[in-house]
Design a protein around this ligand. Structure first.
Ligand SMILES: [Zn+2]
Ligand SMILES: [Zn+2]
Length: 220
């Protein structure tokens, strides 16, 4: 039975609740104080068995409510091992900025103290190729670094790719062009995603998904 995917508009980002026959898991959590929106979605669906909180990367708009959701649900938190320390220290490292990011970055030191997450030590460290079958679902971790060292996509059912900030659809489908800890890695990460031939791509920002044809034409 294929999974059912529910998109949740959380603070500053988009989270996804993926429902399986044996429970559900969450991909990203939004900035701090997003937990109510996630719990409301679970309640609406009658889903009370959250088995895992998967974090695509250690930025506050993605892991900001992970610690409180872990307390509220008991679900463990998983992240790629290269982003574990930043999360455990409550940090958000945006790296170097380009494009519109150059104009936003100077404000981060002013804004971040008010919206920074609590330090969030993950329970599960994942690597490229790891599967989440223990959680009862067909999901594989794809390491796609560049935006952060541990940025990872999750490929579910072999056809749905949850890509965090590798792509956005906020202003139409675009690859990451604002922030990266290593810009040289991003093109390779995009090619890696393309090589998996996902049918639907779920971005970390923006209401819309991207289909295979939309992914094929994306370039750096
Ligand atoms: Zn990010
Ligand atoms: Zn983001």
């Amino acid at each position: 039975m294929p999974c059912r995917i529910h998109s949740i508009s959380v603070r500053m980002a988009r989270a996804y609740l993926v429902e399986f026959d044996r429970g559900c898991f969450l991909i990203d959590t939004g900035a701090p104080r997003s937990e109510r929106r996630v719990l409301e979605c679970m309640r609406r669906l009658g889903c009370d068995d959250l088995r895992l909180i998967f974090i695509t990367h250690a930025h506050l708009d993605h892991y900001g409510s992970a610690a409180s959701l872990r307390r509220l649900t008991g679900a463990p938190i998983a992240v790629h091992r290269n982003d574990a320390r930043a999360m455990a220290e409550g940090r958000t490292s945006v790296g170097t900025a380009r494009s519109i990011g150059r104009f936003k970055k100077p404000f981060f030191p002013i804004v971040f103290p008010f919206i920074s997450p609590e330090p969030t030590a993950p329970d599960i460290l994942v690597d490229d190729g790891d599967t989440l079958r223990d959680c009862g679902c067909d999901a594989t971790v794809i390491h796609t670094p560049g935006h952060t060292p541990g940025s990872s996509c999750l490929l579910v059912d072999g056809r749905c790719a949850f890509v965090g900030d590798l792509l956005t659809t906020t202003w139409g489908p675009q690859v990451q062009r604002n922030y990266a800890t290593d810009w040289s890695q991003l093109a390779g990460s995009l090619e890696r995603l393309k090589s998996l031939s996902p049918e639907i791509i779920y971005p970390g920002h923006g209401k819309c998904t991207v289909d295979a044809a939309g992914l094929a034409v994306l370039r750096f």
